[in-house]
Design a protein around this ligand. Structure first.
Ligand code: DGL
Length: 239
């Protein structure tokens, strides 16, 4: 099966990684919109425009199912996107909420982008939330192991207060799991894991992974190689 996955940049690779590991016999085609990054502070109209272009591109490349590997697009636009195209569209939010409800998790907080927090999409399952403006630029700039990143994590954890669980409500944030766990005992909920647990895709064929980014740089190439540990083809494509 040909599975299309997209995000604003590197973040969706944390979702792709789980899909590849759980369903290693598919063709995966990824689009990271690094030219328009970050999505978390964009208007709804901009997000809609990016999501439409990304999905149409993946469909034109042969995708038979689309995974919106972006918390911001999922929380703001999933309801309209799921009925707009002829192929199944999967978001990262519904499986995460399902996981929390099925496991009766309590005292759950969330870190997410400003637009995801503003959407209120997680309000029914979280008791506290923090909008983490600094995380995506730190991750995309390859500054995960910097004092700056540690300080941001410490500050956001303080703002969140004590939670037994923290939803990493932006797909970039699992890349900060180690840093967060250095300063907190909260259990982290990775949306990519939740998607992979509940998604209904086949697993017959040969693995192939093609990654497109709307803006490629040496830093990005290095970051990707640190996340994806199977062989892949990587290309620049401006939509
Ligand atoms: N990784 C995306 C998300 O899950 C987008 C982050 C951004 O570009 O601000 O929200």
């Amino acid at each position: 099966m040909k599975v299309g996955v997209f995000d604003s940049g590197l973040g969706g690779l944390t979702v792709l990684k789980h899909l590849i590991s759980d369903y290693p016999n598919n063709e995966y085609i990824y689009f990271g919109d690094t030219f328009n990054l970050p999505y978390g502070t964009k208007s709804l109209d901009d997000l809609r425009n990016y999501a439409d272009k990304n999905i149409n591109f993946l469909i034109a490349e042969g995708a038979e199912i689309i995974v919106i590997a972006c918390g911001t697009v999922s929380s703001n636009l999933y309801e309209e996107l799921k009925d707009k195209f002829d192929i199944p569209i999967i978001d990262v939010l519904s499986p995460t909420i399902r996981y929390i409800k099925e496991n009766n998790l309590d005292n759950v907080g969330i870190f997410a982008t400003p637009m995801t927090i503003k959407s209120g999409a997680f309000d029914s399952v979280v008791s506290s939330f923090v909008s983490c403006l600094l995380f995506v630029p730190l991750i995309e700039d390859g500054k995960i192991n910097s004092n700056e990143c540690d300080e941001a994590v410490i500050g956001y954890l303080k703002e969140l207060g004590n939670c037994e669980y923290i939803i990493l409500g932006c797909t970039h944030y699992p890349l900060l799991s180690e840093v967060i766990s250095k300063y907190s005992d909260s259990k982290l909920i990775d949306m990519g894991k939740c998607v992979s647990k509940y998604i209904n895709i086949g697993n017959e064929g040969r693995l192939s992974v093609t990654l497109y980014f709307s803006l490629l740089s040496d830093k990005l190439l290095e970051n990707v190689s640190n996340i994806i540990d199977v062989s892949y083809e990587i290309k620049e494509k401006r939509l």
